[in-house]
Write a protein that binds this ligand. Structure first.
Ligand SMILES: *Cc1c(COP(=O)(O)O)cnc(C)c1O
Length: 446
């Protein structure tokens, strides 16, 4: 196989190219960059052979190919020396067969891709391993990169801090004060990042980090840095691989800054281009009603885009009014016959609570996707026999606060019909027995 290569190219002009070790995030006209792979070099290997290569590497120990991301190294970021890779064997997260939840929703074949079962508890690990590895490679090549920085709604900063700490690279994170969960805040604190909590929202933190990156030579780790997309794009490839290379009918994914849906589409497009699959899934992006600029644009047929002021939502990681990857997301939706749906706060909570009661333990962003799914099923857009995969973006344990409040009946403006608070009693057998028999009869009547 000829050594595959990759480079940055402007999404506006593919001839405008930069090497991957250059510190550059946008093209001359301000458009985003994307990583472009050497098509001919990759096409020299057949689709069947790529599948075999990916299969034999999965879950093995040979560094770094056992990682779900680096097992696809030629497709992701071929130029990094294996010993400069910073990996925590991310990826290969399980597909949960949501048999009961699907049945209760009217679906026969529903699966949840649990991307939150990962080192820092969200899919952000998939992209961050690539970005931090590239920075590590640049430093090894003698390039001066003093530190890496990101603005975050919580999960990006956790991933950046962990990978940077492993690589001994200084990390700086900007979080909107009081708007991330305790678990999300403590991760970068514990990993020794320089943590700023700013009196602003995500979009405000983003402005600051862009300025720091522009003026102070700090390397920008947000998803406008398209290296992250290269790692994140393995999610769709992995889903299809987990189905023995059968393509599902639908993939439902929550969207905020819209990097992840762009990544999903990009990975699947490569599988089509290189002959691993022959058909496409459809893609549904789910947004919180309080942060729905893509949904609004979709309703206008994508004729115009207006950033909005995102309002607070329990799905705090997608509280974004001006998504960086809007254009890439529209291209992805057009290529994959996509739809966009939204969910209110009550709908997202109801969907998570219902799914939790079938054995899942979902974060609120996954709740947004599940609520959108319910609507698409109700409308007949998604049909009973369709194979559907919902991308669960983070682990529920990172977002217990809203569950605690729900089950206490203490979520403002949310109706907590299924609150299930612990029963407090003295340690007395008689009292315990009476109560437990009553509860069993009440909850599981014969
Ligand atoms: C980052 C994130 C999202 C949104 O992904 P985008 O690429 O910004 O659309 C959704 N859910 C969780 C848990 C996240 O951390």
């Amino acid at each position: 196989m000829a050594d595959p290569r990759a480079w940055f190219a402007s999404i506006a002009d593919p001839e405008e190219r930069y090497p991957l070790d250059e510190v550059v995030y946008t093209g001359r006209d301000g458009s985003l960059l994307q990583v472009v792979h050497d098509h001919d070099a990759l096409a020299a290997t057949s689709g069947a052979e790529w599948k075999r290569i990916f299969e034999t590497r999965a879950h093995r120990n040979e560094w770094p190919y056992g990682s779900g991301v680096w097992g696809k190294k030629e497709w992701v970021c071929p130029e990094i020396d294996d010993e400069n890779i910073i990996s925590m064997y991310e990826g290969h997260t399980n597909l949960f067969w949501a048999e009961r939840y699907g049945r209760e929703l009217g679906l026969d074949d529903l699966w949840i891709k649990l991307c939150g079962n990962s080192h820092t508890g969200s899919f952000k690990d998939l992209g961050m391993t690539v970005l931090v590895s590239m920075v590590n490679e640049m430093r090894a090549r003698g390039k001066a990169v003093r530190a890496v920085a990101c603005a975050s709604t919580g999960d990006t900063s956790a991933a950046l801090s962990a990978y940077a700490a492993a690589a001994q690279i200084p990390a700086i994170v900007f979080l909107p004060r009081g708007k991330v969960s305790v678990a999300q805040l403590i991760q970068p604190v514990a990993n020794g990042a320089i943590v700023f909590a700013l009196d602003s929202d995500f979009d405000g933190c983003m402005e600051i980090v862009r300025e720091v990156a522009d003026r102070d030579g700090i390397y920008l780790a947000n998803s406008m840095n398209s290296l992250r997309i290269e790692g994140q794009k393995t999610v769709g490839i992995e889903i299809i691989q987990q189905f023995d290379w059968e393509v599902p009918d639908w993939i439902v994914i929550p969207g905020g800054n819209l990097g992840n849906v762009s990544a999903l589409a990009k990975g699947i497009q490569m599988m089509l281009d290189f002959g691993l699959i022959e058909r496409k899934p459809r893609i549904a992006v789910a947004q919180a009603e309080h942060a729905n600029p893509l949904y609004l644009a979709y309703r206008r047929g994508f004729e115009t885009f207006e950033p909005i002021h995102a309002r607070p939502t329990l799905a705090s990681a997608i509280q974004i009014g001006n998504p960086v990857s809007y254009q890439k997301a529209v291209a992805a939706l057009r290529a994959f016959d996509g739809v966009v749906e939204q969910a209110s706060e009550q709908e997202l909570v109801d969907a998570t609570v219902h799914a939790d009661r079938t054995g899942l333990f979902n974060c609120p962003h996954t709740g947004v996707a599940l609520a959108a799914l319910r609507k698409l099923v109700a409308r007949g857009e998604i049909r009973r026999g369709d194979r559907v995969v919902v991308v669960s973006t983070a682990h529920g344990l990172k977002f217990v606060d809203y569950k605690v409040r729900y089950h206490r009946g203490a979520l403002d403006t949310i109706d907590s019909e299924f609150a299930n608070p612990p029963i407090e009693l003295p340690a007395d057998y008689g009292q315990v027995r009476d109560r437990l028999m009553r509860e069993i009869d009440l909850r599981f009547p014969e």
